[in-house]
Design a binder for this molecule. Structure first.
Ligand SMILES: Nc1ncnc2c1ncn2[C@@H]1O[C@H](COP(=O)(O)OP(=O)(O)OP(=O)(O)O)[C@@H](O)[C@H]1O
Ligand SMILES: [Mg+2]
Length: 297
């Protein structure tokens, strides 16, 4: 909507986990390197956790691009609210297994055959499960059993579980001691630090075609970081709304009043925040007070 007004070739703050907009923060870089290393060195189980909106699915998308480029067979499940039968059906479907997909025994048979065939050719196979914190106990147990296939070169099926921090807590439960012990690598995504948020926003603007940006003045960028607490999805939503608001007001510079309005519309919560008023706004806060905020407080 506002693309032409600001001179963007593409929408800079799209909400989709698009690898072409990947911002390589040190931790995202490390997480991706770990995921790739886990697969290449046949580590078996790798777990990626992070708060909502920190970039887990984006990392998995990047990993899928890598697997694709290396012709490594993978199945990825993005809906983890499955029972055991649905789980095996999805696995069979995603791997394109030729078998009666509704029969667990047949799926297991065909899956083992495929994994072994690939292992004999020196190839590995990957199962990716996103939103793994939602997995039922019995599905997690089936996944653990799938991870047992091994030859002298290492695990034959690499399993990546990604999910919110509840996943870690789930793996702490006594019944999952065995699975927990098998996790060879763990990666954690944290919210962005102030400097990273600034670079993140700049990288998206540059990628969308705006190299020298004057739309977000420095104090606005700091305020965006503070109010979104460095969560990429919230940063995207806030910046997108700010650009839309500026466009509606026919100005090319975002102001603190716009930040207030958008934060209220988004019902954002941040440390030291003034209470909500019935009209959807926050209780008044002076600009001077705002400037006294130290990000990370
Ligand atoms: N490193 C990054 N580079 C570019 N964009 C990112 C990055 N990390 C996150 N994002 C953006 O933030 C948004 C949320 O990312 P993503 O969906 O990957 O988060 P998530 O951790 O999977 O969230 P959820 O817990 O809700 O599943 C997406 O729009 C994505 O494009
Ligand atoms: Mg996700």
């Amino acid at each position: 909507m506002y693309k032409a007004f600001f001179g963007f070739a593409e929408n800079p703050f799209n909400m989709s986990p698009d690898p072409s907009f990947l911002f390589r923060s040190a931790q995202h870089e490390e997480a991706l390197a770990n995921l790739i290393y886990g697969v290449q060195s046949r580590k078996g189980f790798v777990v990626l956790t992070g708060e909502v909106g920190t970039g887990k699915t984006t990392m998995l998308e990047c990993l899928r691009d890598f697997l694709h480029s290396q012709q490594i067979a993978y199945a990825s499940l993005f809906n983890s609210r499955l029972n055991v039968q649905q789980f095996f059906e999805m696995v069979a479907y995603d791997f394109g297994l030729r078998c009666t997909r509704t029969s667990k025994t047949e799926v297991l048979f065909a899956l083992n055959e495929m994994i072994l065939e690939r292992a004999n050719l020196g190839r590995t196979t990957v199962l990716i499960v996103d939103e793994a914190h939602n997995l039922d106990w019995d599905v997690l147990e089936e996944i653990r059993l799938l991870g047992n296939l091994e030859n002298r070169r290492g695990k034959m099926l690499q399993i990546l579980l990604a999910g919110q921090p509840e996943l870690d807590r789930k793996l702490e439960a006594p019944e999952f001691r065995q699975l927990k012990q098998r996790v060879a690598l763990r990666c954690v995504l944290e919210p962005l630090q102030l400097e990273e948020t600034l670079e993140y926003i700049q990288s998206r603007l540059t990628r969308a075609g705006l190299k020298e940006q004057t739309v977000f003045p420095p104090e606005i960028l700091r305020e965006i970081h503070f109010r979104t607490q460095g969560i990429p999805r919230l940063i995207n939503a806030m910046c997108d709304n700010l650009l839309l608001t500026a466009f509606a007001l026919e100005t090319k510079v975002v102001t603190m009043a716009m930040v207030d309005e958008v934060a209220a519309d988004m019902r954002l919560q941040w440390p030291g925040q003034r209470p909500f008023l019935a009209d959807g706004n926050y209780a008044e806060r002076t600009l001077r007070e705002q400037r006294q905020y130290t990000p990370g407080d």
